[in-house]
Design a protein around this ligand. Structure first.
Ligand code: THU
Length: 163
């Protein structure tokens, strides 16, 4: 028997202004996207912004439904839209923010398991890590080097083909 340790690290910034400029503007786009959330049931507004290798930014927000499970999270709306609008273009980074109720203050927006699985698909597809930027708490911003760090042992296409 061998015990294997999984380790991952992340960067923590104390303000938006401390972030590298590219990530700060991506987070501002995510913040903007949160305003488009259709979230009458949870009243939890989430915004996501995807930065593509061609410099384009695609935004998404959570879209809820009276049949609750039919709604979709902001991350998946943004990632799927970017894949439709720019097929084959790598994803460089994804920023996410959430605002509960009418509060203007962003809170932690840690992605759900299904969104982690969807995002990791594109890392695997393009053999390129995707930077992930999210609020850890008020005024704390977390930057991860890859989605894999959020989802160790993720399922991927290699497993489907028995690799
Ligand atoms: N939600 C997201 O959009 N992204 C996440 O990472 C977590 C949750 C949405 C789904 C639902 O509309 C609302 O937040 C409450 O769960």
């Amino acid at each position: 028997m061998q015990k294997i340790q999984l380790t991952s690290s992340y960067e923590e910034y104390n303000s938006l202004n401390e972030l590298p400029a590219e990530y700060k503007s991506l987070m501002l786009e995510a913040h903007d996207a949160a305003k488009t959330a259709y979230a009458p049931y949870s009243v939890f507004h989430v915004g996501a912004a995807v930065l593509l290798a061609n410099g384009k930014i695609i935004k998404g927000s959570n879209q809820e439904n009276a049949a609750y499970p039919s709604g979709l999270c902001a991350e998946r709306v943004a990632v799927f839209a970017s894949s439709v609008q720019y097929p084959g273009v790598k994803i460089k980074a994804i920023a996410v923010t959430a605002m509960p109720g009418n509060m203007e203050v962003p809170v932690m927006a840690s992605p759900c398991g299904a969104c982690r699985q969807v995002m990791v698909e594109y890392e695997h597809l393009y053999h390129q890590d995707i930077k992930f930027i999210m609020y850890g708490s008020v005024n704390k911003i977390i930057v991860l080097d890859s989605i894999k760090a959020l989802l160790p042992f993720s399922f991927n296409s290699d497993q489907l083909s028995g690799k």
